[in-house]
Design a protein around this ligand. Structure first.
Ligand SMILES: C[S@@+](CC[C@H](N)C(=O)[O-])C[C@H]1O[C@@H](n2cnc3c(N)ncnc32)[C@H](O)[C@@H]1O
Length: 298
């Protein structure tokens, strides 16, 4: 799929700082006193510092809110969201559960989340968000449901990170509690993805117009690790300015690919029991839809 205008008159990043300054909304990010006060503020550089502003306009994020609502075990359930980002799922769930705690390592994503929590006047007894690493955290309490919507798990690149996440999940699940993880379904297996990767090196992921401004996300395919089944794309966010596309933010991420069997296997290998599985959020069977979604318990 090519976006209209794709490839036309593109300027390189670095030449646009003045344009970028002029274009940014002028809204200063919300300052999070709890972030600055926290020792966790010493985390790595925030790779989403610039890209976070584009997250909520992405029209391709699966419609998964009703799914997670339906998975709440009760209306007073305590929920933990790993990689809560801008609060896309956290905010609606806060209205339907007893308490939801979100953690994320991106200060820019969390600032947006906190801004929404404050704007919605959600009390801290209902929702809390915190800077932290989902592969290494200790919150001192247990949760009835742990979730990581929109493919957060596939962002974990190393075995140590994967092990760390499962250890933390185990330590934070209440008796009878469950965890739901999701990755995309690489149709045709990793080989199919690899072939597509070799056929094209750049594609348009989405394009939208927001408040009269055209915004677009292109994906450039940088490299892949065939041994560990990891893709390394670069997401390039652009605005349309003065009849030209201008690159505004670039986000490089790992995208680890799991075949349906491999995804279940990594969960079982970490000592969990699979309870349910889905192939997407529209009733697809596992392995037959665009997503792999697995619910498990200890
Ligand atoms: C694709 S977004 C998903 C956000 C949200 N769950 C949603 O469904 O809209 C992935 C998020 O995971 C966070 N993330 C990735 N790796 C992380 C890690 N090791 N620790 C904490 N957060 C992480 C990113 O900062 C980002 O906000």
């Amino acid at each position: 799929m090519r976006c209209p205008g794709h490839g036309q008159d593109r300027r390189v990043p670095g030449s646009i700082s003045s344009v970028r300054r002029a274009l940014h909304t002028g809204r200063a990010p919300v300052r999070c006193s709890w972030l600055e006060a926290s020792g966790e503020a010493q985390m790595d550089e925030d790779i989403r510092a610039e890209a976070a502003q584009y997250y909520d306009v992405n029209p391709t994020i699966p419609d998964d809110i009703a799914f997670y609502q339906a998975c709440l075990p009760s209306s007073d359930a305590a929920v933990l969201e790993l990689g809560c980002g801008t609060g896309r799922v956290l905010l609606p769930l806060a209205a339907w559960c007893g308490f939801i705690h979100g953690i994320d390592r991106s200060q820019a994503m969390l600032a947006r989340c906190l801004q929404k929590v404050q704007a919605a006047a959600i009390p801290s007894t209902k929702a809390r968000v915190e800077l932290g690493d989902i592969t290494d955290f200790a919150l001192g309490r247990a949760f009835d449901l742990i979730i990581a919507p929109y493919r957060v798990f596939q962002l974990l690149e190393t075995e140590a990170q994967v092990d760390g996440l499962f250890q933390c999940v185990r330590a934070h699940l209440a008796p009878g509690g469950t965890c739901i993880l999701n990755v995309f379904h690489p149709q045709g297996g990793f080989e199919g993805v690899q072939q597509a990767w070799e056929r094209a090196t750049e594609l348009c992921r989405w394009e939208v117009t927001v408040d009269g401004v055209r915004l677009r996300c292109d994906e450039r395919w940088l490299r892949l690790d065939p041994e560990r089944h990891i893709l390394y794309p670069e997401l390039v966010y652009c605005r349309y300015v003065d009849d030209a596309w201008v690159e505004d933010a670039v986000l490089q991420i790992p995208r680890r690919c799991y075949a349906p069997d491999a995804f279940e296997q990594v969960i079982r290998e970490h000592g969990f029991r699979i309870a349910q599985r889905w192939g997407g959020y529209a009733g697809e069977r596992y392995g037959e839809g665009p997503e792999l979604v697995v619910q498990f318990s200890v």
